[in-house]
Design a protein around this ligand. Structure first.
Ligand code: CDP
Ligand code: CDP
Length: 223
């Protein structure tokens, strides 16, 4: 009976984390947890309630009133705030453009990290984000740091947007991604950084299947 591992996948926007994490979790019969969705949900709720992304105390108050629920049984992990489904709403550009400011606050992170650690407590989980290998699960059995060039990531996001009918120009997306990379990597609390014991996977010229195969190889070595 193989161990129920904790698999941490970190990296910048559109590196392919969630796509690959979902496939790997399904194959292993593990739970998949998208921690970015938590920061996005709080950002969405803040914008709805007129709390600015800079207002740390206001955000912490809001977190207390916010019942966050994930439905991992569906192919697309559904997200609910106080029983309202926000799965689509938390991917909209205004949320994307404010989420790095919201997630930079230490008190906000403290609360959400606690929740993430609770979800991962029994193992058998693939969790993706920015600080999983460094702060949320520093003793995870498998750590992956997934990267790709900014231009490749911008093109991937552009394609995704086009399918959803979001018409932001490619150059704008590239600029926004670079800006978010910068904010996430330079914040004082739990910045986006490769853990010392994480495997680096560059997906720039890899297919999704290629990335999955690579990660399975890494996991096999830890089992
Ligand atoms: O899907 P995408 O790669 O655009 O981003 P995401 O994974 O949904 O994360 C959105 C934002 O949440 C990131 O840009 C970070 O600012 C923040 N985040 C974080 O600070 N820590 C995490 N563990 C996950 C996300
Ligand atoms: O979760 P993260 O923001 O890191 O990225 P994602 O949402 O999993 O992937 C962003 C987009 O890139 C998706 O549309 C994937 O289908 C695509 N992708 C790709 O084209 N090639 C890969 N090797 C990985 C992802």
């Amino acid at each position: 009976n193989p161990k129920k591992l904790r698999i941490a996948i970190d990296g910048p926007a559109s590196a392919g984390k969630s796509t690959v994490a979902k496939i790997v979790a399904k194959d292993l019969g593990y739970v998949y947890c998208d921690t970015g969705a938590m920061y996005r949900a709080l950002t969405y709720y803040a914008l709805q309630n007129g709390v600015t992304p800079e207002d740390e105390a206001g955000l912490v108050e809001l977190l207390k009133k916010m019942k966050l629920r994930f439905d991992p049984s569906t192919a697309i992990q559904k997200v609910f705030i106080n029983n309202e489904e926000v799965t689509e709403a938390i991917r909209q550009p205004d949320v994307t453009n404010n989420v790095s400011a919201v997630s930079a606050h230490g008190e906000v992170r403290k609360q959400l990290v606690k929740y993430q650690q609770l979800i991962a407590a029994d193992g058998g989980i693939v969790m993706d984000g920015r600080d999983i290998g460094t702060a949320v699960l520093p003793d995870a059995e498998v750590k992956i740091f997934m990267v790709a060039s900014v231009s490749e990531r911008a093109e991937r996001r552009f394609k995704e947007n086009t399918e959803k009918g979001i018409m932001t120009p490619l150059e704008t997306i590239e600029k926004e991604i670079a800006e978010r990379d910068y904010k996430d990597s330079t914040r004082a609390v739990s910045p986006l950084i490769q853990a010392e014991d994480a495997f680096l996977v560059d997906t720039t010229s890899l297919s999704i299947d290629g990335v999955v195969a690579k990660i399975k190889e890494i996991i096999a070595k830890q089992q």
